[in-house]
Write a protein that binds this ligand. Structure first.
Ligand code: HEM
Length: 443
């Protein structure tokens, strides 16, 4: 990008932060934009075929161990999100069975029991005339769901402490990623201590998860992971590997779904007819009982609201890779060592790919209109061999939470409307999403 392009992108940066900057860089410089991401030189792409090139057809060229993901290494170690090669393949084979569509079906009752607990808390807030913070509630609920269904522990008072440690960590990582070149080293050294303190809190939690599972001898995922060998190599996990995987599942398994749900509530407040449709569907399918796995195919509107939230606000707005060998992309020479950044945010807002891309319109995802979505246009979970392992889990959780709560409450925004947080990383609202609730009669 020239300095002129950089100056011209300021309004987008002010509005959408780093994601606006990437989107604008691609728009200004053609389909392949050489710029930088914080301190790191990078090349940005957002066209469906180019993202497919990086993540699917040439996935053997574009690897995960890039400088941006390296920032996550002290936290997520060599877990399945960050690892590569044979080790990654083997870890994924061990973990995958829990997250197939059938595996997730077995977890839906657990999701529904957390959703019911949130409904009870919202009920109390209604009676007290209290405004609720949807960002906090959805985050707390998503944490409880991943802990209850996958990690075999119930989070009590720990959730607030863990939430604070994670917030601190995310903020520090985002600051690291935002500081340009020469200043980077100094800032990073200053951040190291608070970062390690936050990681220590999370490590303590993981140690407790492993201990509780061992002591209970329960047939949960954690014990199965400890015991079940990779079907191909016969290798079982060491304690360090298990720690890395538990942190990976805990973080990947709640931050993304929580943000998607927060954005869904933002949009529900903006268009009350969405709430009415969610409610009509939930009333017709569920009556007054909790959702079960068999109900999910009959809740297409709840799923569509969740999917449209992921389109307009992709929880992981960009996916970085590093070129292991020289390559050519759209006629542009990519030397080995280049960081390629696939912008899911920019892809999901491209006017040549999505009609009226800035409108929040869940109906795009209803079965009758779904076929009109161009191939490769919707990739909130990534693509290729590194596709999100929790995609079925997230879609189930989204439908369960939205239909449970929409059936029980009228919601309206309390306070100012929200925008997109400017720092890089997961795509959060820039302020708490505060809701005024009214319990619906007879539910
Ligand atoms: C709205 C929800 C979610 C979104 C949008 C999302 C998005 C993504 C994306 C884009 C990737 C690919 C990253 C890359 O290619 O570098 C990914 C990977 C991953 N996600 Fe998710 N995720 C979500 C929920 C979950 C949940 C609920 C879990 C676990 C329960 C999970 C576990 C993982 C794991 C383990 C990986 C790494 C897979 C691998 O590299 O083999 N995610 N996710």
């Amino acid at each position: 990008m020239t300095w002129r392009d950089t100056l011209a992108s300021i309004p987008s940066v002010v509005r959408f932060g780093i994601n606006g900057y990437i989107e604008e860089a691609i728009r200004r410089t053609g389909e392949v934009a050489a710029a930088s991401l914080g301190p790191f030189p990078a090349v940005f792409v957002s066209r469906p075929d180019l993202i497919r090139h990086v993540l699917v057809t040439q996935n053997h060229v574009y690897l995960k161990d890039n400088p941006v993901f390296e920032l996550l290494r002290p936290l997520a170690g060599n877990g399945v999100f960050l690892s590569e090669g044979e080790f990654w393949r083997s870890q994924r084979r061990i973990l995958q069975p829990e997250f197939t569509s059938r595996g997730v079906d077995a977890l839906v009752d657990g999701m529904a029991s957390v959703a019911a607990a949130v409904a009870r808390e919202w009920e109390l807030a209604c009676r007290a005339g209290r405004v609720v913070d949807a960002t906090e509630t959805m985050r707390d609920a998503a944490m409880r769901i991943i802990c209850h269904t996958v990690l075999g522990v119930d989070l009590g008072a720990d959730s607030a402490r863990l939430g604070r440690a994670l917030d601190r960590l995310l903020l520090l990582l985002q600051v690291e990623l935002s500081v340009p070149g020469p200043l980077g080293g100094t800032v990073w050294r200053a951040l190291e201590k608070p970062m390690l303190a936050a990681i220590a809190t999370i490590d303590e939690f993981v140690a407790a998860v492993i201990e509780q599972n061992r002591a209970a001898g329960a047939a949960g995922v954690v014990n199965r992971l400890l015991e079940s060998p990779d079907p191909e190599t016969g290798r079982t996990m060491t304690a360090k590997h298990l720690r890395d995987e538990i942190i990976t599942l805990f973080i990947a398994g709640h931050e993304t779904t929580a943000n998607t749900l927060s954005w869904a509530w933002v949009e529900v407040c903006r268009s009350p007819n969405i709430l009415e449709r969610l409610r009509a569907e939930a009333d017709a399918v569920l009556g007054d009982r909790a959702p079960r796995a068999a109900d999910l195919p009959r809740l297409p509107y709840a799923r569509a609201v969740f999917e449209e939230s992921m389109r307009l606000y992709p929880p992981l707005p960009f996916v970085p890779r590093i070129a292991a060998t020289d390559d050519v992309i759209a006629g542009y020479r990519v030397p080995s060592g280049t960081m390629l950044v696939c912008s899911i945010f920019a892809l999901h807002r491209r006017p040549d790919v999505w009609p009226a891309p800035l409108d929040f319109d869940p109906e795009r995802f209803l079965p009758e209109r779904r076929a009109a979505i161009a191939p490769g246009a919707f990739v909130p979970f990534g693509a290729g061999p590194r596709l999100c392992m929790g995609n079925h889990f997230a879609l189930a959780e989204g439908a369960v939470m939205l239909s449970t709560l929409a059936r029980r409450f009228d919601v309206a925004r309390a306070g100012a409307d929200v925008g997109i947080a400017k720092l890089p990383g997961s795509l959060r609202p820039d302020r708490p999403v505060r809701l005024r609730l009214r319990a619906r009669a007879g539910t």
